[in-house]
Design a protein around this ligand. Sequence first.
Ligand code: NAD
Length: 408
Amino acid sequence: MSGINMTRRGLIGAGGGAVAATLAAGMVPAAARIQAGTGARVAGQPMPDGVKLPATPPRPKRQDSVGFAIVGLGGYALNQMMPRFVDAERAHVAAIVSGNPDKLAKVGDAYGVPGDARYSYDRFDEIASDDRIDAIYIVLPTGLHADWAVRAFGAGKHVLCEKPMALSSADCERMIAAGRRANRKLMIAYRSHFEPFNVEAMKLMSQKAVGDIRLLRTEQSYRMGPTTPRENWRVSRALAGGGPLEDYGIYGLQSALYLTGEMPESISATTFRPTGDPRFAEIFAHVGSQWRFPSGAVAHLATSYDSAGTNFAHVRGTRGALIMDPATSYSGQKMRLEGREPRELNPGDPGVQFARQLDHFADAVRDNKPIRTPGEMGLRDTRLIEAIYAAAERGQTVRLAPDGRMRG
Ligand code: NAD
């Protein structure tokens, strides 16, 4: 596993065992819950860098368009998702929720959100009586997803939740149960399921375009700049869990599942945390895992916050290979089939993934259509993340049931 220090010494010396033990036990750090309840650290968060607000407020295209309240006006909401609502047929921004009054004013004006549909976190529960809002889109730090999803269901709304679903399988189960009690939809925003390259790759693999899959390799990494857990939630254990695996490596984990079409039967893993680096005071720098599938296929997954950027998925079968690099970006995907008839594939514009995801959710809300990426999928993936940390912590291969639960 290139770039990954496989020794246990660094991890134990840095106290990483405690991190892994907490994560493996499925415990949600208390700090995440406290912040979720109060939104205390949120009030002063300024507008993230590079935000371009629309020059004219977009309007819903259809009468039955689903109205979303966006919770958390950070980088992904403002730079990626909110600008894509204009491409969706059946989804519009009906309300915004933020702890920063200045941001509420600027973003609200740009998106044409009425003054009384701009909510602070403290006023969130009033959303229950706001009929303009059908669904809540949770774009908050991961450690806050579960509590806000439960609050959203409590307000009688449907929930689209950013990936990863939550930091423990117990929290995922809590979210699913709250959605069932409220009789509302829950979807995890796994955008690759709506992105043409990945959709085509799923189809090709199910048609055995590379023969029987034998080996799969995924890597997602980038080098995080200097920061600390106080400054950046992505390096805070309470809000980000173990770090790169939940945030970025989840794309490789997902690819391994949807490209093979199988669940692993066993996992072994390694984590590494250097000492004395404030970026990794609470989270891991790298996580590597090896999976074995019932078919005999073997997958190697690596993810890192401390190595030069990459994002690829390689599948090697008995008759050829599928190379996706970059595999799951916002744009610029590349994909080629190797084998008897090698060819570059270009199945469509990756930029459509955002609007397609929104419309898919809107169709589920309006027409009761099944959700391609439901809460159960997020739960399954969170169980696998827990298994990876447990395997690394125990220094042993972990065996899994078909639903991703650890056997013993
Ligand atoms: P960000 O830091 O840019 O924004 C987070 C937002 O949450 C900010 O507006 C912040 O004010 C708010 N917030 C509320 N409570 C907070 C607290 N206690 N601490 C810190 N911030 C708090 O993060 P982001 O990149 O927008 O990520 C948000 C979510 O979106 C995460 O779940 C992340 O995994 C997900 N995401 C998904 C993709 C994707 O491609 N699907 C890409 C990036 C992020």
